[in-house]
Design a binder for this molecule. Structure first.
Ligand code: GDP
Ligand code: MG
Length: 357
């Protein structure tokens, strides 16, 4: 899972990146097009439990990759299309983390989160509009040459264009992320987006709540969006501390978990991801999976051979395993289910795939 942090210059992207990755410093990236990259392990107490039980050589958590993407300049109103100024990396991520400044800054002035949010959204929309129009021009020529098979794509693009021209993101146009014809464009305004308010420590949770509410109503409950907030400056410092010291500071901020845990959780929800486990001696491992996917798809996540030669899945819900205390006890209690390829995997399933190739 790859998440790209976007936002206006000085909104706190690099600070946020540090808070989320546990202190990795993306450095001074001014003028760089390469994003800072950081990989974070996703903590999961269920995985820890399985690790303690099996004592395998290797315990592998889910990993989340964050990219600190520079380059959104917020000059959309000047009439220039900024499509080419948004780094290509932004298209390759599974979701955007849109960082919004809610702290006053000496160089940038007082915070205006609502204005900043929509400025960046406009950039995403303009960027997508540029891609759509470029492709439409191309297709128009091909259609004249008789390539009729492109007309369906053209019609979809035309609908997307109308929406974008009205200043709306493609999140509102499901074919933009569902249709085979359009998915490949990786439209920015169609990506799942976590709006993350970066608050100064003089802002109260109630004040942040008001800002979130304002952006929410301004975006009219668009799908594929979620909201969260943090004190990025403080959390970037906390991310450097030992777990014990960190806990103390988090308590001072009335927070139960650090930004790292909270934001990963919100991102999982946003992307509709669940976790299943494979457990045995050489390796105990957590795997991310789209909610609503089948056992066959889960098998393919682990290994393509398991998908090809799939026979069945032996499934134990994590809570049942914990209660039973061992695989044998789980069997005896009738908690190990034999499931076929169409079984819908549930969050926390421990799965043994039987396959034959
Ligand atoms: N007061 C305050 N300052 C912050 C916060 N987050 C970032 N900053 C400061 O804002 C400036 C820009 O932050 P940076 O993370 O480099 O922004 P970027 O340009 O988006 O990567 C830095 O001086 C940060 O220390 C915050 O939550 N509160
Ligand atoms: Mg930066």
């Amino acid at each position: 899972m790859k998440l790209g942090i976007i936002g206006l210059p000085g909104c706190g992207k690099s600070t946020l990146f540090k808070a989320l990755t546990g202190g990795i410093d993306p450095g001074d990236r001014k003028g760089h097009q390469e994003p800072g990259l950081g990989v974070v392990k996703v903590d999961d107490s269920r995985l820890d439990f399985l690790g303690r039980y099996y004592k395998p050589k290797k315990v592998t958590p889910v990993h989340v990759e964050y990219a600190d993407i520079a380059g959104i300049t917020g000059e959309g109103k000047s009439g220039k299309s900024l499509g080419d100024r948004i780094p290509a990396h932004a298209r390759q991520v599974d979701a955007l983390v849109h960082s919004v400044r809610y702290f006053d800054s000496f160089s940038l002035g007082p915070a205006d989160p609502l204005k900043d949010y929509f400025l960046v959204e406009e950039e995403l929309i303009l960027s997508d509009l540029a891609s759509v129009e470029k492709r439409m021009e191309r297709i128009e020529k091909d259609l004249k040459r008789g390539k009729k098979e492109l007309s369906e794509e053209f019609d979809l693009l035309k609908e997307a264009q109308a929406l974008l021209e009205a200043g709306k993101p493609l999140r509102l146009f499901p074919p933009a992320f569902e249709s085979e014809k359009l998915r490949g464009f990786a439209f920015l305004s169609a990506k799942p987006e976590l709006v993350l308010i970066n608050a100064g420590d003089d802002k109260s949770p109630a004040e942040v709540g008001t800002i979130v509410q304002e952006i929410r109503s301004g975006t009219e409950n668009q799908p594929r969006m979620s909201f969260d907030w943090l004190y990025a400056d403080a959390e970037a410092e906390i991310a450097l501390l030992s777990p014990e010291d960190a806990r103390e500071f988090l308590e001072d901020l009335s927070l139960e978990h650090g930004a790292k845990e909270r934001i990963v959780r919100t991102s999982f929800e946003l992307l509709n991801l669940i976790v299943f486990f494979t457990a045995g001696d050489p390796e105990v491992r957590a795997w991310p999976l789209q909610r609503g996917q089948t056992a066959l798809k889960a098998a393919g996540t682990v290994h393509s051979d398991m998908e090809r030669g799939f026979i069945r899945a032996e499934v134990t819900a994590f809570e049942d395993f914990r209660e039973a205390g061992s695989p044998a006890a789980a069997h005896k209690a009738g908690k190990v289910r034999l499931e076929g390829r169409d079984y819908l995997v549930q969050d926390g399933d421990i799965i043994l795939f039987r396959f034959n190739i």
